[in-house]
Design a protein around this ligand. Structure first.
Ligand code: SF4
Length: 467
């Protein structure tokens, strides 16, 4: 029972209670959801594309060692340098030493979940390097010392008057600004333009890396990525080992699926592809940091490994009723929503992640929209089982579920339980609901109502219905 309650971390409870935040989130996710449904509906071969993408990803995951070696060779053939990192610490150290070797004190960044996973910004700051986020939403999160609440739109929980107040206190430099989106965008643009022109090193994530050609691909909507990838002298890109596609034809499949699934657009406004370095065009140095960070352990799990197909489109977040109700932050993880619930426990395996497999209704909406057909409900159930089998549940919880299992698999015991519930129906229905319940039940009930026990059981109703 404690695990079910902990589907949301207790630190998230004030966020769940924030109705403004939930309203911001509801309005943003429902408009993205509608746009997605419209543009997906235009593609008669959508299911075929999904199956193709699933097959490509599985082919890569089944032969990852060969594809990684091929990628390393092709990136180095076109003048890039590949660095291997077993974990976040190693990846952060590699990046720090590259920055130090150029004597730089600041870097600009393109939005990257992988570097968030590595907590790169904090690491750099602790070592005297300032990292400036250049994606508008990431910038808002960074300026507010906040946490991202959505994969694609990290500041989805903020409305424009909150952003205006934040900008007034930070980058507007004393100017009085309105909450007009154009003015807000202009404020951030003039702040960022200075950074683009004065910073020697940029750090990006990677959406896809093509093993055959050493081509790296970043998709984004604002053009900040294009600036970061072309203006600075040194470019450092960071990718998880699973981001590979075999060839450019395979990449084309994902470039069809990703924008429709994420922003509900037919194509991404900015799709940057580059292969190594070219004299006189773009960065003079290109480094590709390839990160494992427990991904190879995830690969060893025949059910859990499908989470590594994820292309971070966020479609599963936008359809998840639990994500919407939680205010976005409740997953306490870099990867929020349904994909976070299956990826974080596998990647981080820490105490707070253990509760995540329960942060779902198992309604299956996430599986239906996932462009790479990750069966999230299947992985969730699998991870729940793993948490219990690995002994991370309390004695009370284990005893309760053992008793329940006995009652549900024995007709006599089940009928007895039904009779008991009908006998205590009236006092239980009169019990206080929600947060006023005692102990754990009280915490669990803060955001939930207990359903009423009905007057008759289903089987009584069925017999009655048959006359
Ligand atoms: S799990 Fe599927 S729907 Fe969710 S972010 Fe990943 S690719 Fe998109």
């Amino acid at each position: 029972m404690s695990r079910i309650k902990a589907g949301f971390s207790t630190s998230s409870l004030p966020r769940i209670g924030n109705s403004q935040l939930r309203a911001n989130l509801r309005s943003a996710t429902s408009s993205i959801r509608e746009k997605r449904a419209r543009v997906v509906g235009e593609k008669s071969d959508w299911e075929e594309l999904r199956r193709k993408a699933e097959k490509i990803k599985d082919q890569v995951l089944n032969n990852l060692d060969a594809y990684l070696t091929e990628l390393e060779r092709s990136v180095e053939d076109v003048g890039g340098k590949v660095h291997w990192a077993r974990d976040s610490q190693e990846a952060n150290e590699i990046i720090l030493s590259l920055i130090k070797s150029h004597g730089s004190k600041q870097v600009i960044k393109v939005k990257s979940l992988t570097t968030d996973e590595m907590q790169l910004n904090d690491f750099l700051q602790a070592n005297g390097i300032s990292a400036y986020e250049t994606d508008l939403a990431e910038l808002i999160v960074q300026l507010g010392n906040d946490r991202p609440s959505h994969i694609l739109v990290p500041a989805i929980h903020k409305n424009r008057s909150e952003i205006r107040d934040l900008f007034k206190q930070t980058i507007a430099r004393g100017r009085d600004i309105s909450d007009d989106p154009a003015e807000l965008a202009e404020t951030s643009r003039s702040y960022l333009r200075e950074k683009f022109l004065s910073t020697e090193i940029a750090i990006s994530g990677v959406n896809f890396a093509v093993a055959e050609t050493g081509t790296v691909c970043v998709v984004e909507s604002e053009g900040n990525g294009r600036m970061c990838l072309t203006l600075p002298r040194v470019l450092i890109s960071v990718m998880g080992i699973e981001k590979i596609v075999p060839g450019l034809d395979d990449l084309a499949v994902f470039l069809e699926l990703l924008p429709r699934s994420s922003t509900g657009e037919r194509m991404n406004p900015y799709t940057s592809l580059w292969s190594g370095v070219y004299p006189g065009d773009g960065p003079e140095e290109f480094h590709l940091v390839i990160l494992d960070n427990r991904r190879s352990a995830v690969l060893a799990d025949p059910i859990g490994r499908q989470a590594l197909r994820c292309i971070r489109c966020s479609a599963c977040l936008n359809v998840c009723p639990v994500y919407e109700r939680s205010g976005g932050h409740a997953y306490d993880s870099v990867y929020p929503g349904p994909i976070g619930a299956v990826l974080s426990p596998q990647l981080f395996g820490n105490e707070s992640s253990l509760s995540l497999p329960w942060a779902s209704s198992l309604c299956g909406a996430c599986y239906e929209v996932c462009p790479v057909r990750i069966n999230i409900p299947e992985v969730l159930v699998h991870l729940r089982e793993k948490v219990i089998v690995d002994g991370h549940s309390s004695l009370a919880e284990r005893s309760l579920f053992a008793a329940l299992a006995r009652a549900l698999t024995n007709t006599t015991a089940f009928e007895l339980l039904e009779k008991v519930m009908l006998t205590v129906r009236i006092p239980i229905n009169r019990m206080p609901v929600g947060g006023s319940l005692p102990g754990y039940l009280g915490k669990w009930g803060v955001t939930r109502d207990l359903p009423e026990i009905p007057k008759m059981t289903f089987r009584m109703w069925w017999r009655h219905r048959d006359g």
